[in-house]
Design a protein around this ligand. Structure first.
Ligand code: GLN
Length: 195
């Protein structure tokens, strides 16, 4: 595993609540320069942003408390890559930040404490299937036209992309699965500087 490289993308992880530390570790191991985002000024100069899993009600309250709603929407609309996982996917839907043309169903697979795992094939990720760990996960109930479904479980979308925003309802950061973070980082380097 390569160590942190100077000159890697500068990536923010929303750090109000949830498993932001695990994402930070995966991203650092992949060579990114990671900044924790707690207030609007922390979004300045970032090449991309991760919104982690956690508890979407608590995260919503934190976003309101810190005045992060509009700055987060602006960041997403700037075209910079954004990667949301689980509660992070919920935060980006129509009923929350309104960035993605999707509606999520919270705790859609049941309220079980126990997680379940599934092997998923995701376009753009080669090699063995992605080992996906679901923890009180949402699925996507309603998808707009511009939303590309990348993977589904029992017919319910669990990974979708709309432009620069990629969201998944599972937790690669706790499964030793780094390929989705690599895909996200490849989107940051695909952008030309200054755009
Ligand atoms: N069930 C949580 C919610 O609705 C999401 C769970 C997660 O992020 N692992 O906010």
């Amino acid at each position: 595993m390569p160590g942190p490289l100077s000159g890697g993308p500068v990536v923010g992880v929303l750090a109000l609540q949830g498993d932001f530390e695990a994402h930070g570790k995966v991203l650092r191991d992949l060579g990114a320069d990671v900044r924790e985002v707690r207030v609007p000024a922390d979004l300045g100069g970032l090449d991309g942003l991760v919104i982690p899993g956690g508890e979407s009600t608590t995260m919503t309250l934190g976003i309101e408390r810190e005045g992060l709603g509009d700055p987060l929407r602006e960041f997403c609309r700037s075209g910079a890559p954004v990667f949301g996982t689980c509660a992070g996917m919920i935060m980006l839907d129509r009923r929350h930040l309104g960035v993605l043309d999707i509606e999520c169903r919270r705790n859609a697979f049941g309220r079980q404490i126990r997680s379940f795992e599934a092997d998923l094939r995701i376009p753009g990720i080669d090699g063995p299937p992605v080992r996906a760990v679901f923890i009180r996960a949402p699925w996507v109930d309603v998808c707009g036209e511009d939303v590309e479904v990348l993977a589904a479980v029992d017919g319910h979308p669990v990974a979708v992309r709309q432009g620069n925003v990629l969201v998944i309802s599972f937790h690669p950061e706790i499964a030793g699965e780094t390929r989705l973070h690599e895909l996200f980082l490849s989107l940051t380097s695909a952008r030309s500087p200054g755009t």
